[in-house]
Design a protein around this ligand. Structure first.
Ligand code: FAQ
Length: 327
């Protein structure tokens, strides 16, 4: 019989010690942080490894679309800021890989899962950055969406993940501001610059809404992750908050959100918005995004080119350990 990963996890949970399970559930319900050495259900551990490692992969693959523009940034100031921003994303990936390692997986296993296509990374990074305005749109919309999703994760139930999120959110706020500032400069610039800004918004708006994941009634992991307080809010709740915060920002820029159905709904105190193309989302998740192959090729090459650094670091650590043992 075909057994899904979720069913396997449920079966594993059913075999756990009921007393330990009850104690764990009570701690989660009391908003205690679960720490690496604490007992946890196997399915909880696996869900965290899945989410945290995929989050880490997103940060690392997410360096590529913007990294592409470092040599072409329009001024020294823009270049320095973009370089720092892309380095921050690399740092976020590293904190997150470390957080996942505390759950008993290794960096090598996670990287292998990414390169073999078993592990996912955010759909958003499978779209190309065609003009400088895309760098503004990524900071404004993609980092903006990342913050919306990550602020609730500062209260996620697993301590190392929650603490990584605190620092990451601070840095993402700066990223969002720098993106908005690029958009503001372009939107207030020449007609051609404003057109570029509008074109970037047109291309990045819908993929940004997809970042929050499938709708709640089609999100297989949400119910259990909400029970475990790994996720603190649902995909649709966070998506709605993003739309409500971002539409007035687009208006302030004098740009138009590319959604004919976007309308303020007084009764719900938020915007109604048009239908998301979920077929496109699932195609990108399956690895069919516009530049998916290019992204994986770049990641694999970086990993292979860096092999000598890893070997040298390991040799150095072994020598140091030997020296310390001798002393
Ligand atoms: N892309 O049942 P759900 C950033 C998958 S960081 C690809 O709802 P879940 C910083 C999902 O994994 C951006 N796959 O899943 C930056 C699952 O498949 P699985 C990344 C997606 O986990 C900015 C399946 O669909 N942020 O941008 C996506 O409960 C600028 C069913 O979905 C995070 O990872 C997607 N968009 O909820 C860097 C935040 N959505 O794994 C550079 C942490 C869903 O069972 C430049 N993660 N899937 O095979 C989360 O909050 C959650 O994992 C969700 C998905 C909300 C992403």
């Amino acid at each position: 019989m075909y057994t899904t990963e979720l069913e396997k996890q449920r079966m594993a949970s059913a075999q756990e010690d009921p007393e330990k399970l009850a104690e764990f559930d009570a701690r989660v319900a009391a908003d205690d942080f679960i720490e690496p050495k604490d007992w946890m259900p196997e399915a909880y551990r696996k869900t965290l490894i899945r989410q945290i490692s995929q989050h880490a992969h997103s940060e690392i693959v997410g360096m590529l679309p913007e990294g592409n523009w470092i040599t072409r940034a329009p001024s020294l100031r823009r270049k320095a800021v973009l370089l720092a921003k892309v380095q921050d994303e690399g740092g976020h990936g590293l904190y997150l890989y470390c957080a996942a390692e505390t759950l008993g997986t290794s960096r090598d296993e996670m990287v292998e899962a990414l390169h073999s296509g078993r592990a996912k990374y955010s759909t958003i990074f499978n779209y190309p950055t065609l003009t400088w305005a895309d760098i503004g749109a990524i900071g404004w919309l993609v980092d903006g969406a990342a913050i919306m999703n990550q602020v609730p994760l500062q209260r996620t139930s697993y301590g190392p993940y929650a603490r990584a999120m605190v620092r990451i959110c601070k840095e993402e706020s700066f990223h969002q501001r720098q993106g908005f500032e690029i958009m503001m400069t372009l939107a207030n610039g020449t007609a051609e610059q404003k057109r570029m800004a509008q074109d970037a918004l047109n291309r990045w708006w819908w993929p940004s809404l997809m970042m929050f994941g499938p709708p709640d009634d089609n999100s297989p992991n949400s119910a259990q992750s909400m029970r475990w307080r790994i996720k603190r809010e649902t995909n649709d709740e966070i998506r709605q908050r993003f739309v409500d915060a971002t539409v007035p920002q687009a208006e302030a820029l004098g740009l138009t959100v590319p959604d004919a159905d976007l309308k303020w709904n007084e009764a719900k105190g938020g915007y109604d918005f048009g239908a998301i193309d979920w077929e496109e989302f699932y195609a990108v998740v399956r690895g069919e995004g516009p530049v998916a192959k290019e992204r994986m090729k770049a990641r694999t090459k970086a990993w292979e080119d860096g092999a000598w650094v890893r070997e040298a670091a390991l040799a150095h650590a072994a020598k140091r350990a030997q020296r310390m043992a001798a002393e």
